[in-house]
Write a protein that binds this ligand. Structure first.
Ligand code: BES
Ligand code: MN
Ligand code: ZN
Length: 495
């Protein structure tokens, strides 16, 4: 999608579709509709009086050859209540306009720009995210319906340097988020651990990140007994993906470790999952895909902070070689783990990946994982669960999430839950039962972060959207990428 500024006055602009938004109950007196010529606003006022135009969030009203304008069409998008409006909502409005217009076979639109450079960033994001469809494997692709050009109609004022930078920033973020969505959407037969690692290598090579991929012998040599236990049931060899971003002028600390669960398919192993919905477990590498998306952004935006991403990638399969319930394994950290359920595999691969990230010198750790069904019971598909002992780091993540417009919520960790994953014969058991399942899973993972500040994001619910939204296709979301980028930018800025 080409995104460019247009300078002519709105009344002179010629384009297939101009988009403006207005608020609920505010008529044409607030929102970007305010910038339209008087004749156009009078028209909108009439529609509002007759009850055809309400301004409710995401309401789309398409007018042909509107009075006062030279455009072929005017799309008025409802922005909802004025006092609830923010950049996150603006991002969604841009996506809504894109999806509405391309469904009507339009390929070009102009957005009535109203304000600051930060608007430009979210508009670019919203448009690019809204234009995404997980339709790679459809022979009759929706892709033919995509938007080719988005004009940002500044209505006279020349686009400043800040606006251009914001546009570039928005594009980089949204394209990385869509890259993550593509990885998550890919079926397990074309996203084996080997192919996943190849994607990482290719991206890193293109953008100048350091990339290292370890195979089974090297993983074994590192004594990653927990990771290898999960991997041993699969015919597909595991991969440990390591990406490094080391800006020359960055201080030696912090070194932020981004650890992403990379289970390319989770059958549950010997504790096999029911077949209903098992196909969804192709998305069990979403944490890893999130971290690759974040690395892709920072390779381009270059914040001044050191980052290492570690993604343990494997399938979790049942077979004659698979690990069993009752097995006791020794993790890289030396802690022993009794396996009670082979379907609690995510925490095992994360245990060794966190230990490895610490060995590589990370001074702060964040993991993202589709870790538990329990978190989806608690928070649904809307909100990511955030866990950690270090309040400062948890708050940093929550703050970044707020800034990035992604919903995240802290759930507790507490000593009292430790009881639940004790083992009579080993240091830990790999499950803590159904009650508080998201918490015990998170705390299990945290046992391997040692005394390094650590935050865990359980994205099992938010990785995927089962419903189509006006501004977003159903399917993979890429949730988490923007928050982590923002966190790293805040750190780099010394915030
Ligand atoms: N990958 C699953 C969690 C999951 C569930 C992700 C639904 C996305 C959607 C994870 O490996 C798993 O199977 N967790 C078990 C843990 C249990 C055995 C303690 C779960 O949540 O049921
Ligand atoms: Mn599982
Ligand atoms: Zn899993």
């Amino acid at each position: 999608m080409k995104i460019q500024f247009r300078q002519e006055p709105l009344a002179e602009l010629q384009t297939p579709a101009l988009v403006a938004y207005g608020f609920e109950g505010a008529g044409s007196s607030q929102g970007s509709v305010e910038r339209l010529p008087a004749a156009t606003r009078a028209l909108l006022q009439e529609l509002q009086t007759s009850g055809e135009l309400s301004g409710k969030a995401f309401e789309c009203t398409l007018l042909h050859r509107p009075a006062g304008l030279k455009v072929e069409r005017l799309l008025v998008v409802g922005a909802g209540k004025r006092d609830k409006f923010n950049l996150a909502q603006l991002r969604c409005l841009a996506g809504t306009a894109v999806r509405f217009l391309r469904a009507r076979s339009l390929h070009e639109l102009a957005w009535t720009l109203d304000g600051a450079a930060e608007d430009v960033e979210v508009l670019a994001e919203g448009a690019l995210l809204g234009d995404y469809d997980a339709d790679r494997y459809r022979t009759e692709r929706n892709g033919e319906r995509r938007i080719d050009t988005l004009w940002l109609a500044a209505g006279g004022a020349p686009a400043g340097e800040a606006a251009n930078a914001a546009l570039e920033c928005g594009r980089i973020l949204a394209e990385a988020q869509n890259f993550t969505r593509d990885l998550v959407n890919e079926p397990a037969n074309s996203m084996t651990p080997t192919l996943f690692a190849r994607q990482a290598q290719e991206m890193a090579g293109r953008l100048g990140l350091e990339c290292q991929v370890l195979g089974p012998e090297e993983i074994q040599a590192l004594k990653m007994g927990a990771f290898m236990a999960v991997a041993q049931g699969s015919e597909e060899p595991p991969r440990l993906i390591v990406l490094r971003y080391t800006p020359p002028d960055a201080p030696p600390a912090p070194v932020v470790g981004l650890v992403g669960k990379g289970i390319t398919f989770d059958t549950g192993g010997i504790s096999i999952k029911p077949s209903e919905n098992m196909h969804e477990m192709k998305t069990d590498m979403a944490g890893g895909a999130t971290m690759l998306g974040v690395m892709r952004v920072i390779a381009q935006l270059k914040p001044c902070v050191r980052v290492i991403a570690v993604v343990p990638a494997t399938e979790n399969m049942p077979s004659g070689k698979a690990y069993r319930p009752g097995d006791v394994i020794t993790s890289m950290s030396g802690k022993t783990i009794e396996i009670l359920n082979t379907d609690a595999e995510g925490r095992l691969v994360l245990a060794d990946a966190l230990a490895y990230a610490r060995q590589l010198g990370c001074t702060a750790l964040i993991d993202a994982a589709t870790l538990t069904g329990a978190v989806t019971i608690a928070l649904g598909n809307i909100t990511t669960g955030v866990f950690g002992w270090n309040k400062e780091w948890v708050n940093r993540v929550l703050e970044a999430a707020g800034q990035a417009g992604e919903k995240m919520w802290a759930l507790p960790v507490d000593e009292d839950y430790r009881e639940l994953y004790k083992s009579p014969i080993a240091d830990l058991a790999n499950t803590g039962g159904r009650y508080g399942g998201a918490i015990t899973a998170a705390m299990f993972v945290g046992e391997f972060a040692g005394d390094t500040p650590w935050v865990h994001l359980d994205i099992a619910g938010t990785r995927w959207s089962n419903e189509e939204k006006p501004y977003r296709a159903k399917g993979p979301t890429g949730h988490g990428v923007r928050t982590l980028v923002r966190l790293l930018q805040n750190l780099a800025a010394g915030k």
